[in-house]
Design a protein around this ligand. Structure first.
Ligand code: NAD
Length: 503
């Protein structure tokens, strides 16, 4: 957790410097950190990729990325000129050892210039099959030996199942200390997600209610209107379960479900999250049948445009069995949550792009008001909206103004836009700053990743071994397959969506 910032000189090596992630996310984040005074006084950003490029050309490419994708819009000329003096390019084929010799020379040059306290961050923004090559060569060329000053950031996906995640962890941990490894899950860097911790642990009124005695269920819903787009090649080998639930949604569930930490130390927080994963009920064959739903979108219309079905998307197998939608009912078997369902759903080509966590509280134990007074009776709900709106809403019953006693639900709203004038940083800004300050709180530890895979492997195996006969089973611009409605309706609930619906 950052309170004040004073950073040692830093070299950031971005493997995959010409890639989409760097152009859309990392370069804008680093530029914004610089523009707002968060970069170290001395720093160098070294982009690497296979093709030869001059520093000048590389800087131009990054500027285009920043101009197109930065939350702050086009670059400020003077700030960009100063920032980009620190940006360099070094061609590297990560499969070729000789490249790492030249990287070593470049690093030595900056280390000599910056002094002995220089820290180095290696950012692996390349396809996951290249993670092992880079890790092995960084170790072989002794480029990350100083465990206090060298960090390695590993992008998602971290493995494609339990076995491959374990293998990657082994490769990394044989060569680096855990405190050097930053497994990124960009959801954890989002302002609203970080605010859940503040909301839960900096306010006393919530804790007595935050348990099975007062909460009747939790929903976590991360939906996208977009289809698979250009990512068909990657996505078809992955699917909604691997791409979203194994990491982002389970992490959100952990933040909602975790016990109160003793302090804000990275490992203390991560221990508490791991405890939630450990308490989650393993899936039996029967659970998979009744508590999980998969879906795949067919063609349809979105805002007047005809959109293709998943199997007709670029680089997708025409017979694909990959799910573009998943809904699961989880249970956390501990004292706090025993018996309380956590419904989780995610999917592409749905009616709305939104990320919403809803905590529904139990109904009042005894109804004091006659039915005629409670026009639109609704149980209390706490709705944490991560996007598009950044807000926390507490839905309570209120008396409608007038001479009659009439009740209806009203929202008490903490809305970022209305409350603060400063714009929230992008998740990658927060996370890159965390890496530079050496704060691992918002990064996944080896055991977190493995236990999340372990939990989902029975579902992954079941879905892979038995093709869905109903695919494609939901239309674009819908809320997914009907079975997902049935999954939650069986328990007497329904999915909440924006605009926040009131029964
Ligand atoms: P990309 O294909 O756009 O870029 C890959 C980069 O790796 C390019 O710069 C390419 O030149 C470089 N590269 C390929 N082979 C190389 C080699 N042998 N030696 C050196 N460099 C090589 O991919 P991307 O979309 O930028 O994704 C990179 C990583 O980030 C992936 O792991 C992806 O899953 C993850 N990620 C990307 C996004 C995103 O928005 N693009 C979001 C989340 C996670």
């Amino acid at each position: 957790m950052k309170t004040s910032i004073s950073l040692n000189p830093t070299i950031i090596v971005i493997f995959g410097g010409t890639g989409d992630l760097n152009l859309r996310k990392l370069a804008p984040a680093l530029y914004n950190l610089y523009a707002e005074g968060y970069m170290p006084e001395k720093f160098a950003i070294i982009g690497t990729a296979r093709r030869p490029l001059t520093d000048v050309k590389f800087r131009e490419t990054l500027m285009e990325g920043v101009n197109s994708f930065s939350r702050t819009g086009k670059v400020h000329k003077e700030k960009w000129d100063n920032f980009s003096q620190n940006v360099h390019y070094n061609p590297i084929d990560v499969k070729d050892s000789a490249s790492f010799d030249t990287l070593k020379d470049t690093l030595d040059k900056f280390k000599n210039e910056f002094g002995p306290d220089t820290q180095i961050v290696y950012y692996l923004a390349v396809s996951p099959d290249l993670f092992p090559s880079i890790a092995k060569r960084l170790a072989k060329f002794k480029l990350a030996e100083n465990e206090d000053n060298c960090r390695i950031v590993v992008e998602k996906p971290f493995g494609k199942d339990l076995e491959t995640a374990r293998e990657l962890n082994e490769i990394l941990r044989e060569r680096f200390k855990e405190k050097q490894i930053y497994r990124i899950d960009h959801y954890l860097g989002k302002e609203t997600v970080q605010n859940i911790m503040a909301f839960r642990f900096a306010n006393s009124f919530l804790e007595p209610l935050w348990n099975r005695n007062y909460i009747d269920h939790v929903q976590i819903s991360v939906t996208e209107q977009l289809g698979v787009g250009d990512r068909g090649g990657y996505y078809d080998g992955s699917g909604a379960l691997r791409d979203m639930i194994q990491n982002h949604l389970l992490q959100l569930l952990c933040i909602i479900g975790m016990e109160t930490p003793i302090n804000f130390d990275a490992d203390e927080i991560r221990d508490k999250k791991v405890d939630v994963l450990k308490a989650m009920r393993p899936f039996s064959a029967e659970d998979i049948r009744f508590n999980t739903v998969r879906g795949q979108y067919t063609k349809g219309w979105i805002r007047g445009d005809e959109v293709p079905g998943y199997r007709s998307e670029k680089d997708v197998d025409k017979q694909s069995n990959t799910e573009t939608f998943a809904a699961i009912k989880f249970f956390v078997d501990n004292w706090r949550w025993k018996g309380i369902p956590f419904y989780v759903r995610t999917g592409k080509r749905l009616s709305q792009t939104s990320s919403l966590i809803t905590i529904q509280f139990k109904d009042v134990p005894h109804q004091v008001f006659p039915a005629s007074v409670a026009e639109h009776w609704q149980q209390n709900r706490l709705i944490i909206s991560i996007q598009p709106e950044m807000s926390i809403r507490l839905q309570v019953q209120g008396k409608r103004p007038g001479l009659d006693m009439t009740l209806n639900p009203v929202d008490m709203v903490f809305d970022y836009k209305g409350t603060y004038t400063t714009e929230s940083p992008e998740a990658y800004e927060t996370l890159l700053l965390d890496v530079m300050t050496g704060d691992q709180t918002q990064f996944m530890r080896a055991d977190q990743v493995e236990i999340a895979w372990e939990l989902l492997m029975p579902v992954i195996n079941a879905w892979e071994s038995k093709k869905s006969l109903s695919f494609p089973n939901y239309a674009a611009d819908s809320w997914g397959p009907e079975d997902a409605e049935a999954l939650i309706a069986r328990d007497g609930f329904h999915w909440f969506t924006l605009p926040l619906n009131k029964d």
